[in-house]
Design a binder for this molecule. Sequence first.
Ligand SMILES: Cc1cc2nc3c(=O)[nH]c(=O)nc-3n(C[C@H](O)[C@H](O)[C@H](O)COP(=O)(O)OP(=O)(O)OC[C@H]3O[C@@H](n4cnc5c(N)ncnc54)[C@H](O)[C@@H]3O)c2cc1C
Length: 605
Amino acid sequence: MAQQLVDRRDLDFVIWEQMEAESLLKNDIYKEFNKKTCDMIITEARTLAIKEMLPTLAEGDKQGIRFDKGSVKVPDCFHAPHRLILEGEWQSLPMDPGLGGQGAPGFVSAACAEYFLAANYALYVYASMGNGTAKMIDLYGTPEQKAAYIPNIISGKWGGTMLLTESMAGSDVGALETSAKKNDDGTYTLSGNKIFITNGEHDLCENIIHPVLARIEGDPPGTKGISIFIVPKYFVNEDGSLGDRNDIVCTGVEEKHGLHGSATASMALGTKGRCIGYLLGTPREGMKVMFNMINGARMATGLQALSNASAAYLLAVNYARERIQGRNLEDFKDQSAPSVPIIKHPDVRRNLLWMKSYVNGMQSFFHYLTSCATRGALGETEEERERFADLFDMLTPSIKDYLAVRGHEVCIQAIQVYGGAGYCQDYPVEQYARDCKITSIYEGTSGIQAMDMLARKLGKKEGRVFMSLLEEMNKTIARAREIEGPSALAADVEAAANRLGEISMAMGKRALSPQFKLAFAHSLPFLNVIGDTIMAWMLLWRATVAATQLANGTKKKDVAFYLGQIKTAEFYIKTILPEVMGKMNAIEAGCPAALEIDDDGFGGL
Ligand SMILES: Cc1cc2nc3c(=O)[nH]c(=O)nc-3n(C[C@H](O)[C@H](O)[C@H](O)COP(=O)(O)OP(=O)(O)OC[C@H]3O[C@@H](n4cnc5c(N)ncnc54)[C@H](O)[C@@H]3O)c2cc1C
């Protein structure tokens, strides 16, 4: 039967053959897990995703969110699968067992989450979003706060959110106006308005715990003066039961381009002057605390986009195998020749391989970064831990934005494969394209991720972290050189990696020079070519593993899969990578037109 949502053979290849995840399972904290149990968990997740969650994707999109006098109803069809998610404790899979989670290895929870997000992102996130809230409370909360909130958030009985955005404070969070006034009992009274809050209000749980960014009266402007508060929808009594309603209300939900099943709420705090919040951590360290959740959410956003792209690609390739249209090119003049499935047409094949190369490259990139996070925490030596923790930190803007942008492009190309049918709502690819678009906007837009890479990440530790990325690429290139097939591709990837090193130096220097604005005018193309080069690296790595398996003699059923890996790498490296080299030349040349054009020169006046 055709694969749905995520190609399982490919996922297994990435986890076990490319990333060699079995070596991670040797760590004591994973003693409950072996390859067999990991495979079983992923299989169970796939079944839940396909059988129970996927059927709600289109229906949830159609019915959408209903708002009535402060209350919000999710699509009716969400209730039953939401209960199944909580009964199976799927939402707590990655969480620490000490907090009530399952403690699954990162690659297992990522694989399961990819199935869930591909099946219905809007639905799954009602259950899973609280993890970030709980983690922050665990890291910075008092023992009382931990006891009061964490267990019920982890179990999914209560939801969790993140309240940063205000109408005049989007990308510039430091401009926020929500204020907090200290009360005699040590609590704070909050007042302000937040917008675009995912899951800010809904009917899937008893209580919602809101981490809210606000400024304590008298604290300095900008991000330095921001603190973070726990604001529960219902107060929690000392015995753990729910108390009165707090003064935080939903004043409306957005009508959006996509994600119609996801409640994007406007929240008013303190309209009656009684919104009580509890300081989390110490005053003015709100951004530091919130970044624990933001960084996790950036990884999750990348995965969201990848999951959409993965599902859209599988739909497209299977449609192309079935849709009969047109004759083979060699039968061009023969009117009696039979029509063929569109997968036989060279341009459709090119498009499918274009999509496959990105989906495969992004799948490997995501699992590579997941393994960096694991090795950064559990590596055997201090040196290993530091190296991989640094790589993880540096590549966070890249995984977030590259997957968002390319994931969306893959969804758009899936529509192209379907032709007119793709543009219609009877087929799911247009929904994936709509749902996916948000990923390059929330959790920091593309422009903000690009600035983060250029201003903060590139120069980390005098550029040594970036150099270690290039070293990692070079290890794969050296391996590829020794194997027939990939060896013919190694030189191109090496040239791209070297060129990326040169461009990075040039961009780093420019960012510190009087021409710094020019550097920032090219920061997004720069972030893009980092991702493009990582794709080439990941695909070469895949091809090397595949060629090794073929050389060692593999099962007949796997031959096409492995040969497909080599062809995918060849396609990307020989047809897309040259464009990337051109983009790198343009970045280095640094055309100043975007800065020099007069505001009025943009036209439209
Ligand atoms: C569906 C959805 C769900 C969301 N969920 C949440 C949530 O749960 N919690 C929450 O707090 N927020 C949430 N958001 C808000 C989201 O994070 C913001 O929309 C996003 O950060 C961008 O802010 P903005 O919309 O104000 O755009 P702006 O900040 O006004 O940006 C507009 C454009 O200008 C660019 N830009 C702005 N400033 C700069 C700069 N200094 N340099 C270069 N370019 C710049 C941006 O890249 C963008 O292209 C959500 C939004 C949506 C649509």
